[in-house]
Design a protein around this ligand. Structure first.
Ligand code: TUI
Length: 324
């Protein structure tokens, strides 16, 4: 299973790990890169100094390419970008904003730039300013999301641009990878599946909460603030939604949310913390080593595609027999 994206990024398999704030540490990113995918450190709200240390830690753990995700709502975006450029990180992905103004400087240092998009308009704009590939993120994803599903977004972005598209949202196995390729994507990015890996350092209660999740266990909070976020439903999510319905101000809601992702990820507060999760959590039954997650899904995708090709050939033969 290789695509042109593998050559662009220097990886063995077209599988990226989402750059999740607080979750996507150097350890997780290095494990994914060592297994042949692209590991990505989540800069979240880190300072330039912190992300520099994390990049160096990742370099000590792997010789393979890896990435850093830059979160555009962070107050430290500029210093994180400066650090990423100084460290000549192989790949940068971006979230929750438009990275257009940084692309030239990143390219000058040899960094590949892969913005996350949730719409066709932004996809076209970022192709024009030089993005190397795009991650089309459906609203099945955990965390900060757009409004369109993966199934509807990916083919529309693929049709609108000439650069490789990576599908994200609702993907956790080989069937999902095969489906993404069928939609015209060149690879996938997964978040929730990699949270449920042995190498992921989130609090054990965070993993337990995701393992218990079912298909309808996530809700979207924050839609009224313009920053919708998908999380597991818990006490915090219910209070957040209640206050939103009551017309709470953006400041009040921001205050309620501050520090809650850290509380869930690091302290294991799964009732009054923000347990970000994709809708696919209900499908994931086991914590597995990163290497098994990637190897199994690639094998499974090859098998699914071979079986579909076999059926298509058999159908074509049947049609031919009918015709003669
Ligand atoms: O960024 C994400 N997912 C995230 S960031 C995050 S950290 C957080 N912590 C606490 C509260 C809220 C967030 C958790 N999950 N995904 C990438 C993504 N980017 N999804 C959607 C977008 C996006 C949305 C609008 C990208 C660009 C955009 O518009 C920018 C423009 O200028 O049009």
């Amino acid at each position: 299973m290789r695509t042109a994206l593998c050559d662009l990024l220097g990886i063995d398999y077209p599988v990226l790990q989402g750059g999740m704030a607080w979750v996507a540490t150097a350890e997780l990113a290095a494990a994914v890169s060592n297994a042949g995918g692209l590991g990505i450190i989540g800069a979240g709200n880190m300072t330039g100094e912190l992300i520099t240390a994390e990049i160096r830690k990742c370099r000590a753990l792997t010789d393979r390419p890896f990435g850093v995700n830059v979160y555009y709502l962070s107050p430290f975006v500029e210093e994180v970008m400066a650090a990423v450029i100084a460290e000549r990180v192989p790949v940068v992905t971006t979230g929750a904003g438009n990275p257009g103004k940084h692309i030239e400087r990143l390219h000058a240092g040899g960094t590949k730039v892969i913005p996350v998009v949730a719409s066709v308009a932004l996809a076209k704009r970022l192709e024009r300013v030089g993005a190397d590939a795009l991650i089309a993120e459906g609203m099945e994803c955990g965390g900060h999301i757009g409004e369109i599903t993966t199934m509807a977004l990916v083919p529309q972005v693929v049709a609108a641009v000439d650069i490789p598209v990576i599908a994200a949202g609702g993907i956790a196995d080989g069937r999902g990878l095969a489906a993404a390729l069928a939609l015209g994507a060149q690879g996938v990015q997964m978040g929730t599946r990699f949270v449920l890996s042995e190498e992921c350092t989130v609090h054990p209660r965070y993993k337990e909460a995701l393992l218990k999740a079912r298909d309808r266990s996530t809700v979207v909070t924050g839609a009224s603030t313009g920053h919708p976020v998908r999380v597991l439903e818990n006490k915090l999510a219910r209070e957040f939604l209640e206050r939103e319905r009551a017309g709470a101000s953006r400041e009040e809601l921001e205050k309620l949310g501050t520090g809650k992702l850290r509380a869930a990820v690091r302290d294991g507060d799964v009732e009054y913390g923000s347990v970000m999760s994709g809708q696919i959590a209900g499908y994931i039954a086991k914590v597995l080593p990163v290497r098994d997650i990637i190897a199994t899904m690639v094998q499974e995708a090859d098998a699914v595609l071979a079986e579909l090709a076999r059926r298509a050939a058999s159908n074509a033969r049947d049609v031919h027999i009918l015709e003669v």
